[in-house]
Design a protein around this ligand. Structure first.
Ligand SMILES: Nc1ncnc2c1ncn2[C@@H]1O[C@H](COP(=O)(O)OP(=O)(O)OP(=O)(O)O)[C@@H](O)[C@H]1O
Ligand SMILES: [Mg+2]
Length: 409
C-alpha cells in the first residue's frame, strides 16, 4: 500500500497568501484537503517582498489558520510564487556519448541538461526550473526519454524558468522567519497546470492562462510537456486601478464596484443603469454608470488577452491550439470573461478548476485556488527534482529518483 504523506503548499500571491494542507491518497493522483488558511498579502507587490515584517506576519497568519483547521503542525512547505520578475528562456544542450556500446545513461541526460543550463543568464537571475522539451540522438529528433537508446551525440531542447535572485532570497528570508522550511520553490504557471489540465489537453496542445492580481502567467503545452511560458505584467489589480481613475473613486471602492457589479460584456448592460457609490463606500458619494464600468473592464481584459495572443504568435500558435485556452486565477471570476477571451484569442475557452482532490473541496473549488492545489500535486509528482520529466517516465523507469536527486545543483 502506498504510504500517505502530508504535503503543504504556500501560494504567496500579491493579493492573497493561501496555505493548503493535503494528504496524498492510495489512488496516486488524489489529494485529501484537510486544511486551508487564507490571509491578505500586504508585504508583497508584483511577486516581490516589499515589507518583510508585514509579509512574515501575513504568511504566519495563513499558516496558523491552516494548522488550526487541519490539526497538523506545519514544518515544510512547497512555495509558489509568480510575478513580472520571472523570465523564461529557451536553451539547447549538446554532449558526446562515450559510454560502453554508446548507450545513453541517466548520467548522460544529467550532463546534457547541465549543458542546457549553462546558458548565459544575467548575474542577478537564478534558474528555478529546467524543462526538457525533447531530446535528439544523432539525427533522430522528438525523443521524450533517451535513456537506454544508442547514439554518439545527445541533444536537448529545454525551456528555462528563472527568477530574480534578490526576490528569491527575500522570500527565503521571510519563510525562515516564519520558522518553516522550504521544500521547493515552484513557479506558478507549472503548478497550476498540475491540477487544472488533463493529460489529453496537454497532448493535444493547450494554453493555460492564470490571471492574478499583478500578473498573468501563460504556459503552452504540447505533446504532454511545457513548450513555452511567459509572465505578462498585467492582472486584476490593473482593472481596479483603471476603474479608480475612470470613475474618480478610491481604489477600495473601485475594487468593490468591480467585484459586485463588474462584467466584461458592456453589450449586456443598459445605458441607464447607475451605481450609487454611497451604498458601498464611506468616502465616495457620487453615482457611476454601470455600462461605463463594463467598458473600462472590457478594455483592460481585452488588452490582457491580446498580450497572451502576442505570446502565442511568437511561437506560431496564435489561434491554433486544438484544446484551446483554460483560464484560472482570481481575476477570471469576472462575468463574461469566457466570451471575451474566446473572441480575443480566437480559441475555444473554458474556466479551469482544481481537480483530483477530496476532503474540504467546497473551500477550494474556485479558479483562484488552482495555484495552491497545483503546488500540492506538483510536489506529489515531482517533489525533490529540479528538472521536469513526464510523470509516466518515472513510473516506467522506477529507479529515477536517484537521477532527480543528481539534478539538484
Ligand atoms: N469575483 C471576482 N471577479 C473579478 N475579479 C476578481 C474576483 N475575485 C477576485 N478577483 C480579482 O482577482 C485578483 C486576485 O487574484 P489571485 O488571488 O489569483 O491573485 P494573487 O495570487 O494574490 O496575485 P498574483 O498571482 O498576481 O501575485 C484581484 O485583482 C481581484 O480583484
Ligand atoms: Mg497568484
Amino acid at each position: 500500500m502506498a504510504q500517505q504523506k502530508t504535503l503543504v503548499s504556500l501560494d504567496i500571491g500579491s493579493s492573497k497568501i493561501r496555505t493548503i494542507v493535503g494528504i496524498t491518497q492510495e489512488k496516486k493522483n488524489l489529494i485529501n484537503i484537510i486544511g486551508v488558511g487564507i490571509s491578505p498579502s500586504n508585504g508583497i507587490r508584483k511577486g516581490m517582498v516589499t515589507d518583510i515584517d508585514e509579509a512574515v506576519s501575513n504568511i504566519t497568519a495563513s499558516l496558523e489558520d491552516a494548522e488550526r483547521m487541519s490539526g497538523e503542525p506545519i514544518h515544510r512547505v512547497f512555495v509558489g510564487f509568480s510575478g513580472p520578475h520571472i523570465e523564461t528562456y529557451d536553451s539547447r544542450g549538446v554532449i558526446a556519448i562515450n559510454g560502453p556500446n554508446a548507450e545513453i545513461t541517466e548520467d548522460d541526460v544529467d550532463r546534457v541538461l547541465d549543458a542546457a543550463r549553462a546558458v548565459s543568464l544575467p548575474a542577478n537571475r537564478e534558474i528555478l526550473r529546467i524543462i526538457p522539451k525533447s531530446f535528439s540522438i544523432d539525427s533522430q529528433h522528438g525523443i521524450k526519454y533517451p535513456v537506454g537508446m544508442t547514439g554518439i551525440r545527445l541533444e536537448v531542447e529545454a525551456h528555462i524558468i528563472a527568477g530574480q535572485k534578490a526576490s528569491i532570497k527575500n522570500l527565503e528570508k521571510c519563510l525562515y522567519e516564519t520558522g518553516v522550511d522550504i521544500e521547493e520553490i515552484i513557479p506558478s504557471n507549472l503548478a497550476c497546470a498540475e491540477t487544472v489540465l488533463d493529460k489529453k489537453q496537454k497532448e493535444l496542445g493547450v494554453v493555460l492562462i492564470e490571471v492574478g492580481a499583478c500578473s498573468t502567467n501563460v504556459a503552452l503545452f504540447e505533446e504532454g510537456t511545457v513548450v513555452s511560458s511567459a509572465v505578462i505584467p498585467v492582472g486584476g489589480e490593473h482593472v481596479t486601478n483603471d476603474l479608480a481613475i475612470g470613475l474618480r473613486s478610491s481604489i477600495e471602492t473601485a475594487e468593490k464596484i468591480k467585484i459586485e457589479y463588474g462584467t466584461c460584456l458592456p453589450g449586456d448592460v443598459s445605458d441607464r443603469e447607475e451605481i450609487d457609490l454611497s451604498k458601498i463606500s464611506k468616502s465616495d458619494s457620487h453615482s457611476v454608470n454601470k455600462k461605463q464600468v463594463a467598458q473600462i473592464i472590457e478594455a483592460r481584459y481585452h488588452e490582457i488577452f491580446m498580450m497572451v495572443r502576442d505570446e502565442l504568435a511568437k511561437v506560431g500558435r496564435d489561434g491554433q491550439l486544438p484544446a484551446g485556452a483554460i483560464l484560472c486565477g482570481g481575476a477570471v471570476k469576472m462575468p463574461g470573461v469566457i466570451d471575451l477571451a474566446r473572441e480575443s484569442l480566437q480559441l475555444p475557452v473554458q474556466l479551469g478548476f482544481p481537480n483530483d482532490i477530496e476532503g474540504i473541496v467546497d473551500r477550494v473549488d474556485d479558479p483562484s485556488f488552482a495555484h495552491s492545489i497545483g503546488l500540492l500535486h506538483f510536489g506529489n509528482r515531482y517533489g525533490g527534482s529540479r528538472s521536469l520529466l513526464d510523470f509516466d517516465f518515472r513510473k516506467m523507469f522506477g529507479s529515477l529518483s536517484d537521477f532527480f536527486k543528481r539534478l539538484l545543483p
